[in-house]
Each structure stands twice: as structure tokens, then as C-alpha cells.
Design a protein around this ligand. Structure first.
Ligand code: IMP
Length: 424
């Protein structure tokens, strides 16, 4: 398996970090290709757990080269703080390679993200307020500032001054906010530049060389397919492409370099922030999912909305990302329930939908059509192979793969790393 893309099939928080970490043990390179510090995953080192948001989780293995590709947006202060935190724990982040073409999150991006959300009121997206959307907006407006700009102080200063002319008008005239000072930003960021310089590389070339040399390369997606800017539940999405295709543009490789696309799905589903969610549960069962599954955001600590597994959405994710296999996470959380439900279709505005609707109005009015399966109601956290699962749990796994149209090759039954087993 030289090149594997790991994608979330839902609205993020599927457990990608855990699987990327598992694959990283046998990998030579782990590459982030989109998003920024809106993502978050907890890693466990000895007795310590801590959250990484930008650096690929593979950094904990000394032989792995962690890469942040051109498709990411990078808040340099956050990146440097993560590197410092790793060093403090005895992990050397010096192998990290950062694309000079990655765009930077600037202070005005964070401020505008927060102000816009406030301005939107009830229509807000529920962003992580990390400046992700405004940074990508500037990238596509060709007003973005890239990591490589830090290494030409004159050009960097010019660019910041030009951008701030526009941003300060927006800040003061639209949002009634104080303007920002170009000089302060330039000084702050040039300081980051000096520390980042040793890490900056032509990451597209590095990845290509690794693949050519037959090395194991893992592309670690952030967020999930339903949050994709093109294929997700727009406008309640993030501003990048978590779909597998995002790995190609976000790392700078071609489709023929990919051997495997691993879709990560929870055995139920969750979402943070606003937006349509057909199988959302507002009852005691939803609350139990939150409590048993520990469904609070790694980055913002927000309570996640929870509901039954939605295979209409899962089948869609399998299709739009060319998923070749699935990892089914947190199966143990379902042990609490006597009957399990899977959404196999929707009804909306008097019609039945078997495919994920692309019309926002249809999606908003969807009620799920459920198939019920018996629960197992026994503790499965100690199980380490598919054959040892209770019959009902095996039947659940098999039904999921049948409905999703992709085999489940990895199952996770508990929080520890060892509670994840490959299908034999
Ligand atoms: P943004 O990415 O901060 O712009 O937020 C846009 C939407 O994506 C919001 O609903 C966020 O809650 C959601 N989001 C962003 N990153 C993650 C993530 O890593 N997990 C889950 N949801 C996320």
C-alpha cells in the first residue's frame, strides 16, 4: 500500500487521527493536504494525551517525515507552538516539511472569521473561528500571503500593506472594528519566518519522490466529506476540499499515484456547528451517544450533535471520494442500545430519495427512512477480531458494508490504540 488517502466520510471527527496514526507506524511520510488548525486530533504518548491540529500525527514516529502540503492554510504561531509542545515531550519535529506555497492565516483572517460569524447571527456557520474561511477566500481572490513570502521581507511588507488597505476598510467601515497595523504584523510574521525557514521545502517533489521510491505515504485528510466546499452541505461546510481529490491538488500529485482510499466512518454520526443533519437525535439516545462517545470537539470543546448512521450519506462519500475500503469506528458506543437504526433513504417534500440530495431545500426537509437491526448490548471493548464480535455486531458491520458499497477492513471498539483491529 504505497499511497493511501485517509478521508472522513461524515462531518469530521470520525477518528481519522487514530487511523492515520495506526497507518503511520508503517509509513515513511504522512501528508496533510487541506484545512488548517480547525482540525484536531488527540494523540497519546505514554500516559500523556495532547492535541495536534496542524502537524500530521505521524510526527511521533522518528522514521516518518511529516509534511504540510500546499493545500493547507497555516497559522505560523500555532505551528510553532505545536512544534515547541512536541519538543517538550521529547519528540523531535525537525523532520517536518512545509510547502512554501501553503497560504498563511493572518491576524485579520481570525478577526474577520469571528466578526462575520457574529454578523450572521442565527445564520452563522458555527466555524472554529481560526480564520480558515477568510484565508482560503484570500487565496482564491489572489490576495493571499504564502509561506514563501516570508523569505522576501520587502515583498512580504508590500503584500501585507496592500491587503490591509482593503481589510482595514472592511474592519472599520463594515464591522466597526479597530484597524490593524501592517508594521506590527510584518514584524511578528518575519519572526516566525526565521524559525520556519529550515522546514520549508518543495513538498510536491518530496511526495512524488517518496511515491516513486515505493515508500509508504499516507495522506491525512482533515474534516469530512460532508464538510467539503464543493461536495458537502454548503454553505455549512469548511472552505477546503476534504474529499480524496483534495489530496491530489493539496499535495501536488496525480490520481495514478494513489493505491488506496480509506474512508473513516463512525458507527453513528456527529456534527459540530450548524447545518442540515437528517438523522440527528434530540432525545435520550442522542444524549447517550454524546456521553458514551465523549462527543465534545477537540479544538473548540463544543458538544457535538449526534444521530444514527446515515448510509445515504456514506454511500455518497464512497462515490465522491472513490473510497476503496472503510474503517468503522466507535462500534462499542452502540453497545448501549437494544435496537440500532441505519438510515437507508430519505423522504423529503413528498418524494423518496435513495441518493444524497444535492438540493439544499430537499436536504433540509429530509426525514430518514430507517432499517432497524438488533443491538448486542454486551461490552465489546475487549474484542480484537471480527469473528469474536457478538453475532448482532457482526451482522451490523456486514450490513453497513453492503449498504455503503465498500468493505469494512478496520473496526474500532474502544479509545485505546489496541482496540482497533484489522479484518482478518
Ligand atoms: P471552519 O472550518 O472553521 O471554517 O468551520 C466550518 C465548519 O466546519 C463548522 O461547522 C465547523 O464546526 C466545521 N469543522 C471544521 N473543522 C472541523 C473538524 O475538524 N471536525 C469537525 N467539524 C469541523
Amino acid at each position: 500500500m504505497p499511497a493511501t488517502i485517509v478521508v472522513g466520510t461524515q462531518w469530521g471527527d470520525e477518528g481519522k487521527g487514530k487511523i492515520a496514526n495506526l497507518l503511520a507506524r508503517d509509513a515513511d511520510m504522512v501528508v496533510r493536504y487541506q484545512g488548517g488548525n480547525n482540525a484536531g486530533h488527540t494523540i497519546v504518548i505514554g500516559n500523556e494525551t495532547f492535541a495536534l491540529s496542524l502537524i500530521p500525527s505521524g510526527v511521533i514516529y522518528p522514521e516518518v517525515v511529516p509534511v504540510i502540503g500546499n493545500g493547507c492554510v497555516v497559522d505560523p504561531a500555532v505551528l510553532l507552538a505545536e512544534m515547541d509542545a512536541l519538543r517538550k515531550r521529547g519528540i523531535d519535529p525537525s523532520r517536518l516539511r512545509l510547502s512554501g506555497n501553503a497560504h498563511m492565516i493572518m491576524p485579520y483572517h481570525r478577526t474577520l472569521d469571528a466578526l462575520r460569524e457574529r454578523f450572521l447571527g442565527r445564520q452563522r456557520i458555527g466555524t472554529t473561528k481560526r480564520g480558515i474561511g477568510p484565508a482560503y477566500q484570500d487565496k482564491f481572490s489572489r490576495l493571499g500571503i504564502r509561506v514563501q513570502d516570508l523569505f522576501d521581507p520587502k515583498i512580504f511588507r508590500d503584500k501585507v500593506e496592500v491587503v490591509l488597505k482593503e481589510k482595514n476598510r472592511i474592519l472599520t467601515k463594515i464591522f466597526n472594528h479597530l484597524p490593524m497595523d501592517a508594521g506590527e504584523i510584518v514584524d511578528e510574521y518575519l519572526g516566525y519566518g526565521a524559525r520556519l525557514l529550515p522546514h520549508v521545502a518543495d513538498t510536491s517533489l518530496l511526495v512524488w519522490e517518496a511515491i516513486r521510491a515505493g515508500k509508504n505515504v499516507v495522506f491525512e485528510g482533515a474534516q469530512g466529506i460532508l464538510l467539503d466546499i464543493d461536495h458537502g452541505t454548503y454553505p455549512f461546510v469548511t472552505s477546503s476540499n476534504p474529499v480524496a481529490g483534495g489530496a491530489l491538488t493539496g499535495a501536488g500529485i496525480g490520481p495514478r499515484d494513489i493505491d488506496r482510499v480509506l474512508g473513516i466512518t463512525k458507527a453513528y454520526i456527529s456534527r459540530v456547528g450548524s447545518g442540515p443533519f437528517p438523522t440527528e437525535l434530540h432525545d435520550e439516545i442522542g444524549e447517550q451517544m454524546v456521553q458514551i462517545g465523549g462527543e465534545y470537539g477537540t479544538v473548540t470543546g463544543r458538544r457535538r450533535r449526534c444521530g444514527w448512521l446515515d448510509v445515504v450519506a456514506l454511500r455518497y462519500s464512497v462515490r465522491v471520494s472513490g473510497i476503496t475500503e472503510l474503517a468503522l469506528m466507535k462500534l462499542d458506543v452502540l453497545s448501549a442500545f437494544p435496537t440500532l437504526r441505519i438510515a437507508v433513504g430519505y423522504s423529503s417534500l413528498g418524494e423518496r430519495y435513495d441518493e444524497f440530495p444535492r438540493q439544499q431545500r430537499v436536504l433540509y426537509n429530509c426525514s430518514p427512512i430507517y432499517e432497524d437491526l438488533p443491538g448486542w448490548q454486551t461490552d465489546i471493548t475487549g474484542v480484537r477480531s471480527l469473528v469474536d464480535l457478538p453475532k448482532a455486531a457482526r451482522a451490523y458491520v456486514e450490513r453497513v458494508e453492503q449498504l455503503a458499497g465498500a468493505p469494512v477492513t478496520i473496526v474500532s471498539v474502544g479509545p485505546e490504540r489496541s482496540a482497533t483491529f484489522l479484518r482478518q
